[in-house]
Write a protein that binds this ligand. Structure first.
Ligand code: NAP
Length: 320
């Protein structure tokens, strides 16, 4: 295992982490990015983004590629495909271990995002990859002329339902209430799409499958009636679960498990910041994640100036 010393270690290479890396590096910090996957984060899987200022329409993966190319111009150290095994944020020098590296960091920015929540119903877990999918962009093409259902009433559910109509002949959108929480403009577009059949006041209770998904049982929340829909695929988009399990004993989390931060992205531990979807933010968008990352890096830089007083120098910047 290689020992690596940095001023600022950034955990997560989605929009928040990439932006934090750019601002940290430009503030003169020796920083490194660690991610269990390739850089890009969740938006890499978004079909199309049309609310990132400056791009009226851009594919999620294209925008993320642009982010990565930008930070590559600054020769920022990247450690993709490294899963965190151990983490100590409490000590003055923070340590983060992966299988390959042990990082010693004076400050840490946590930008590890959130993942899709599961429905938790019979037939879900065992049919992932056999008709249950959490990524329409990755799997949509497998459903050409088939019937699928999307579950949820937020932006993700509505946008991905519309995306799936490029392939599927029918897309059921199943939502547990009468009204949707998705942006109004997306709701209007949805209603104009005649391949989408909206079923409200209904929740999925079982995904039926022999060798792969064949049907979905849903229950009406008003009259409790159960109905079975024959279909080939189910795409749950019912919100996000923050990737905070490894922090429960070290960081203050809110009741949903998101990291509590100040408006300067500070956590309850000095020198530790959180940015993007993983924190208790009122808005989870690419643009807010990018903004959080910038604030966190500048705050980390200010913090390092305070601890570098009294002859303690920041770690030397390394050129790679
Ligand atoms: P979300 O906004 O939290 O919506 C989750 C939806 O799933 C809600 O409609 C919720 O119903 C429903 N739901 C939750 N638990 C359920 C369950 N157990 N069974 C059935 N339905 C359930 O999540 P999201 O759509 O994934 O979006 C997450 C964040 O990313 C949001 O801030 C969103 O704005 C953002 N986002 C933005 C864009 C964009 O701007 N282009 C695209 C995607 C996502 P209720 O409404 O009844 O609570």
């Amino acid at each position: 295992m290689q020992e690596r010393y940095v001023d600022c270690l950034i955990l997560g290479a989605g929009p928040a982490g990439l932006s934090a890396a750019l601002y940290a590096k430009r503030s003169g910090l020796n920083c490194a990015l660690v991610d269990k996957s390739a850089p890009g984060g969740t938006p890499s899987n978004y079909t199309e983004i049309e609310n990132y200022l400056g791009f009226s329409k851009i594919q999620g993966c294209e925008l993320c590629d642009k982010f990565e190319q930008h930070i590559d111009e600054f020769k920022i150290q990247k450690y993709p495909f490294e899963e965190i095994q151990n983490i100590d944020l409490i000590s003055d020098t923070k340590t983060v271990e992966t299988l390959e590296n042990k990082f010693f960091a004076k400050s840490v920015i946590i930008a590890m995002g959130a993942q899709n929540k599961k429905l938790g119903i019979k037939g879900e877990e065992e049919n992932i990859g056999k008709g249950v999918s959490y990524c329409a962009v990755c799997d949509g093409a497998f459903y050409k002329d088939k019937i699928v259902a999307v579950i949820g009433g937020g932006n993700s559910a509505l946008e991905e339902a519309m995306y799936l109509t490029k392939f599927a002949k029918t897309v059921y959108l199943i939502h547990r209430r009468e009204s949707f929480r998705a942006d109004k403009i997306i709701q209007q577009r949805l209603k104009q799409n005649d391949k989408i059949k909206i079923i409200t006041n209904s929740v999925p209770v079982e995904i039926m499958a022999a060798t792969r998904v064949e049907g979905l049982k849903i229950q009406n929340t008003v009259n409790d009636e159960i109905q079975t829909i024959e279909l080939d695929g189910v795409f749950p988009y019912i919100g996000l679960k923050p990737n905070t399990e490894m922090f429960v004993h070290q960081l203050k989390l809110d009741k949903y498990g998101f990291i509590e931060t100040s408006c300067n992205m500070e956590t309850n531990i000095k020198g530790v910041y959180a940015a993007g979807d993983i924190r208790n933010t009122p808005l989870r968008q690419v643009i807010t994640a990018v903004s959080d990352g910038a604030v966190a890096a500048i705050e980390a830089s200010k913090y390092l100036e305070t601890i570098n007083d009294g002859g303690k120098k920041a770690y030397e910047s390394v050129s790679i």
